[in-house]
Design a binder for this molecule. Structure first.
Ligand code: AFP
Length: 342
């Protein structure tokens, strides 16, 4: 009989209040999974008719998933919550713990309408010391109701911690089966959803150090920087090229699905910065996409950099900061990172 998620968390000595936050978020993911599964029958496909803070068109399911997870994190007593779909963090008026919850409620949402795998990515940090404790007197700005979506500089500041400080990272992929992949800093473990219960299906995911598979949106090739062009050209040259082997390419355009493949059978996933928007460091968001995925990948023996530096060590400057991402099989990530240095 496989192990239940709740038993895994207890055996891993996760504090009770952290376990409660994780379990509540995942209850939210079960609801999202149900909405995704029913699709058109639930009336959840299509555009919401609004844009998020990053100027991206929101799908109905982006908005619904955000509301579900925000409510779940608030009910679990999290101190503050932020997401891809929200301009500023929400500070819980009645927190019962010091956890900061971050999520991309529905990553890859442009794939919803074509019934391709999508997912939820989440990360949990702890409120830095020095701010009022959840159970202490709260005469801080967190008591000010204008924090709800208003000007929240101080709320943002507490989230700006490097990925190495994550206590938990995970994603749920809504694919042929609904799976959770999670780390609490002691390996990367996967669970499969069956009738509202998460059952462990891979105790310790491992990313092989070598690979013959890569993942990048090649339609952007003309915009790439020279080290990326060089690396992809070398892979495309195959057996007779400098890398001496043939490579296979996959691109689902759903980070959760692409990273899940890397965690399952190895490979690399790359979303480099490019010349389309030179003022942006990449497309993907550091705090609720790249950091949790990097934590999961490293805990499975893989590597993750922005081409220059380990992603988990980057000090975020902005809540919705973007970053170039190169993650996956260690030897290949070291190679492409080396090309940036060279
Ligand atoms: P959407 O959530 O807008 O579909 O974006 C998905 C995503 O952030 C990530 O999941 C994909 O890897 C990447 O964008 C795909 O980007 P391209 O459409 O540029 O290939």
């Amino acid at each position: 009989m496989p192990q239940r998620l709740s038993e895994f968390l207890t055996q891993g000595n996760a504090p009770n209040d952290l376990t409660a936050v994780i379990m509540k978020l995942l209850e939210g993911c079960v609801t999202i999974s149900e909405e995704v599964r029913r699709g058109a029958l639930a009336g959840v496909l299509g555009e919401a008719g609004s844009d998020n803070v990053q100027g991206e068109h929101q799908k109905k399911l982006d908005v619904i998933s955000n509301e579900i997870l925000l409510a779940a994190a608030e009910q679990a007593g999290a101190y503050a919550i932020t997401s891809e779909e929200m301009e500023a963090p929400v500070v819980n008026p009645q927190p019962t713990n010091d956890y900061l919850v971050l999520f991309d409620p529905l990553d890859g949402s442009s794939n919803i309408d074509v019934n391709v795998s999508i997912g939820t990515i989440f990360s949990i940090l702890k409120k830095p010391n020095g701010l009022p404790r959840a159970d202490g007197p709260r005469n801080d700005v967190a008591n000010d109701s204008s924090w709800r979506g208003g000007n929240a500089d101080e709320a943002i500041q507490m989230f700006l911690q490097p990925g190495t400080r994550q206590l938990v990272a995970g994603y749920v992929t809504y694919g042929p089966s609904t799976q959770l992949v999670i780390t609490l800093g002691n390996g990367t473990t996967s669970f499969t959803l069956d009738q509202n219960e998460w059952w462990m299906t891979t105790p310790s995911m491992q990313v092989p150090v070598d690979t013959k598979e890569f993942s990048i949106n090649a339609s952007n090739a003309r915009h790439w920087e020279p080290p990326v062009k060089r690396y992809v050209d070398e892979m495309l040259a195959g057996k007779t090229g400098p890398l001496g082997k043939d490579f296979n390419m996959r691109w689902i355009a759903s980070m959760v699905a692409d990273v899940h493949r890397v965690l399952t059978r190895g490979g690399t996933f790359m979303y480099p910065r490019d010349a389309r928007e030179p003022d942006k460091a990449g497309k993907l968001r550091l705090m609720y996409e790249a950091n949790p995925m990097s934590f999961l990948i490293e805990q499975a023996g893989g590597a993750s950099t922005n081409g220059h530096q380990r992603i988990l060590e980057l000090q975020p400057q902005k809540l919705h900061e973007r970053v170039a991402v190169f993650l996956g099989s260690r030897n290949e990530i070291e190679r492409v990172t080396g090309y940036h240095k060279g």
